[in-house]
Design a protein around this ligand. Sequence first.
Ligand code: GLU
Ligand code: MG
Length: 442
Amino acid sequence: MKYTKEDIVRMVNEEDIEFIRLQFTDIFGQLKNVAVTKSQIEKVVNNQIMIDGSSIEGFTRIHESDQYLHPDLSTFAVLPWMPAKRKTARLICNVYNPDGTPFIGDPRYVLKHTLDRAAKLGYTFNVGPEMEFFLFETDEKGLPTTRTADAASYFDMAPIDHGGDVRREICLMLEEMGFEIEASHHEVAEGQHEIDFKYADALTAADNISTFRMAVKTIAQSHGLHATFMPKPVFGINGSGMHVNMSLSKDGKNIFFDPEGEKGLSKEAYSFIAGVLEHVRSFAAITNPLVNSYKRLVPGYEAPCYLAWSASNRSALIRIPAARGQSTRVELRCPDPACNPYLALAVCLAAGLDGMERGLTPPAEITENIFTMTEKERKAHGIASLPGNLLEAVDLLEQDKVIVDTLGDHVFESYTAGKRAEWDEYRTRVTDWERQRYMIVY
Ligand code: GLU
Ligand code: MG
């Protein structure tokens, strides 16, 4: 919804809104906010609210710490889980430097900048994410466990599904915030759920992913449960993905659709797929950001590990769902819901555009189940693998100029430094697995 400054001031006054949360995300995708009362509303709409960027992960150094929040007025929404009297609304903000230029370390800026590149070619990038998550019980201190009383599986319903009520409330509240919920169901693993909302332009989609995570966590907590978007919380069962369905439109028309093209796909769609396949190994550090992300990307749990595309086969990294016409889309199955959605959508787009600019063609479609192929068979088909761990992913990221340029120096440097530190912290830990495996034998 497009709002003017005056609309915002009027809504705040007329709708009993007392608090306004000004939100933005750090480079690792954590949602941050500063709350002000309505006494500050003029300052809010005139971009005068300041933050100390030096305290935000990956933002600025101490000597250049003042930054300004420029709210995107179209993101104004009342938070439905907050008290109904003296309500709380939020605005998602862009981060600016004191001299009035956009801050290049703001992930929302990175995405906007990449979308501008597409816009220059006349393209709108549309994205529909499929968000998966777990609901776990909490212990007596309120801390998360990995226990779930729920023994349900794919599409099961109550009373086997114990998360139905929470999902229902999440859907209702998100609808109050303007989301169009397309599907909500129990996922394959015990305690695992999925909620899908309607696709949108990529900036709105990234804002929605961020809002979604906050809503799910908050509403689960009010039911005494802990919601997690950690990609693989439990060994031996499915992890949580965030498949992204992507398309480009020009003058309102989906350019991935071509009724004359092979499988109803345009040349642009094939080049986009080829570009994603070319860069996915190096942007995995963004779409799959955690040490834990790589424990999901293993055979046997419906998560992808091998670089291939297919019009049907769910074992492939890229799938083309059956719908054609305006709904024609490319589904990338590796991203997980712990990623920074702004950076993740920016690198996916940059990869696809690179494929289109260079007129790349993808390798042949793989119709067989890749998980049951031997390594030799995969080699014969020329099928490569996603990185096996975060370190490999960061190493690959550093070598890919298209992806590094998309992130910009600031984000690239802070992000990779943070991820190398995370890897170092992990690799020096001694785990239960090691003790079980080695202590008696050695
Ligand atoms: N949970 C699976 C994953 O890790 C995906 C299941 C599905 O196909 O929806 O990507
Ligand atoms: Mg799913």
